[in-house]
Design a protein around this ligand. Structure first.
Ligand code: COA
Length: 192
């Protein structure tokens, strides 16, 4: 597999799938104590692997009270983390999807990572994933990030995401074998 260098990536928003497909209407709400339970329930439906579920719950809790979890953050290398849920309207409590933006201590300024992104199975195939990714990219741009990175895997349940990431201009930048698994981690990056 060959990878493009991030520097040579000239893929702009106008060339990406951001504007070329129909996407659903969603409302993004920041993760807060009042929406914590439905957000976590949605995350558990999206990520069924028990290890992922432990990790997402920890990240959600840390994001709400970072000052209480300084040691965990030092261990994970995460500098900042902010998560949102997607509901169908401002008033609707039904969580259709989740997304987030994280920064890491080891990264250069201006780089962010997509964190815990996905659509609840019953809402898939209706344009929610596209709408959610588009809004997350806008949030990243609005706070001044210049690069958005993500990691995903070659696992069957994450295959659907790959075409969409390509269309949005997230170029493969590397891969890594996962221990005790036939699958690999894929790293992607989009210049914003
Ligand atoms: C990836 C995911 C977010 C897509 O959400 P979604 O709401 O179904 O996506 P949309 O309806 O907006 O479709 C967006 C694109 O995704 C791709 N896609 C969605 N479902 C697909 C499927 N079953 N097979 C292949 N491609 C699919 C297509 O490229 C589609 O674009 P198109 O409709 O123009 O063909 C969702 O499948 C998901 O949450 N998967 C599990 C978690 C995950 O993989 N998270 C990302 C990994 S870090």
């Amino acid at each position: 597999m060959s990878f493009e260098s991030p520097q040579s990536d000239s893929y702009g928003a106008q060339n990406s799938g951001e504007y070329h497909h129909k996407s659903a209407r969603i409302k993004l709400r920041g993760l807060s104590p009042s929406i914590f339970s439905p957000a976590l329930a949605a995350a558990f439906e999206i990520f069924s692997n028990p290890k992922d579920q432990v990790a997402v719950e920890e990240d959600y809790r840390i994001s709400l009270e970072p000052e209480r979890f300084v040691e965990q953050m030092r261990h994970s290398g995460i500098k900042t983390q902010k998560y949102w849920v997607a509901t169908k309207s401002k008033k609707s409590p039904t969580v259709a999807g989740i997304t987030g933006l994280e920064t890491k201590v080891e990264d250069e300024a201006g780089s962010a990572w997509l964190g815990w992104f996905g659509v609840v199975p019953e809402y898939r195939g209706k344009g929610y994933g596209r709408a959610l990714l588009k809004k997350t990219i806008s949030k990243a741009r609005n706070v001044g990030f210049g690069r958005l990175r993500l990691w995903t895997t070659t696992a069957p349940e994450e295959v659907a995401a790959q075409d969409m990431y390509e269309e949005f201009g997230f170029r493969l930048t590397g891969d890594k074998e996962m221990p005790e698994s036939n699958e690999s981690i894929l790293f992607r990056e989009k210049i914003l």
